[in-house]
Design a protein around this ligand. Structure first.
Ligand code: HEM
Ligand code: HEM
Length: 202
């Protein structure tokens, strides 16, 4: 599998970004909604610290993913997709990109405005990006929560779309994004015809 995408299939680097970020984000959404409901305990603090570290990791991965996307254009849409569906799918992808950058930044602003220290997995001390501020703290908290539900809605649409492609349209959209998947069209692509046997003698 090639590192770069081509016209019909995602490259291994784009797939690695997609699935690593997907796992982290689903974990952050489930973990975030769980930890906020927990009673104060050492476990709650540990979960908050883990949430922040993984959230910062997603921010870095998203920036790297953007940079990679700049040099590695996405494959063409599969043939036969209605223009309105293609438009909606691309709109969801763009909104996810924006939301997944805004989400960790709002978390970092919230943490800084609350005057909490921020450490990445206990290894790197990260600076505050805003000064302590009660009003900003409340706003960033609100933004973080609204964005969480926005991302959940976008993901439900995104996953439903991927499953529809696979099970109803039976096309290659999901297959070519799976870790070791290739478009079915590639697997059955006819081999180049062998040249006709020559009648000439050497
Ligand atoms: C079970 C979960 C998921 C499935 C089945 C899935 C499936 C897919 C597929 C098939 C594509 C390629 C679409 C195409 O070729 O046009 C794609 C692209 C994309 N997915 Fe997912 N995905 C999942 C989870 C996620 C999650 C959790 C996120 C965000 C955190 C995400 C963000 C994206 C983005 C931004 C793209 C567009 C990539 C680009 O155009 O650069 N996906 N996904
Ligand atoms: C893509 C990255 C992130 C996602 C998907 C995410 C998701 C969530 C979710 C779903 C919640 C629960 C919302 C609620 O019910 O109030 C939450 C809470 C929280 N997040 Fe994040 N988060 C991310 C990044 C970050 C980052 C980078 C930080 C800090 C540096 C952070 C700090 C917090 C804090 C402190 C809370 C608890 C708020 C409270 O106690 O009410 N998050 N996050």
């Amino acid at each position: 599998m090639s590192a770069k995408s081509d016209a019909t299939c995602w490259g291994s680097v784009a797939k690695l970004f997609h699935w690593t970020i997907a796992l982290f984000v689903i974990g952050l959404l489930v973990g975030g909604l769980t930890m906020t409901d927990m009673k104060v305990s050492p476990d709650k603090f540990k979960l908050y610290a883990l949430h922040k570290s993984i959230g910062i990791t997603v921010l870095v991965l998203m920036l790297l993913r953007f940079a990679w996307r700049g040099v590695d254009p996405r494959p063409k849409d599969v043939a036969g997709m209605a223009p309105i569906i293609a438009f909606a799918a691309h709109a969801v992808h763009r909104l996810l990109y924006v939301a997944l950058l805004a989400m960790p930044i709002s978390g970092w602003v919230y943490n800084s405005a609350s005057n909490f220290p921020l450490q990445w997995f206990g290894l790197v001390q990260l600076p505050a990006i805003v000064a302590p501020d009660k009003a900003l703290k409340a706003l960033a908290h609100e933004v973080h929560e609204v964005l969480a539900w926005t991302i959940i809605a976008l993901l439900l649409a995104h996953i439903a779309g991927a499953l529809k492609h696979h099970f109803i349209d039976r096309d290659d959209t999901l297959r070519r994004m799976l870790p070791f998947g290739r478009p079915r069209a590639d697997a059955v692509a006819p081999q180049p015809a062998s040249p006709p046997a020559s009648t000439d003698t050497p």
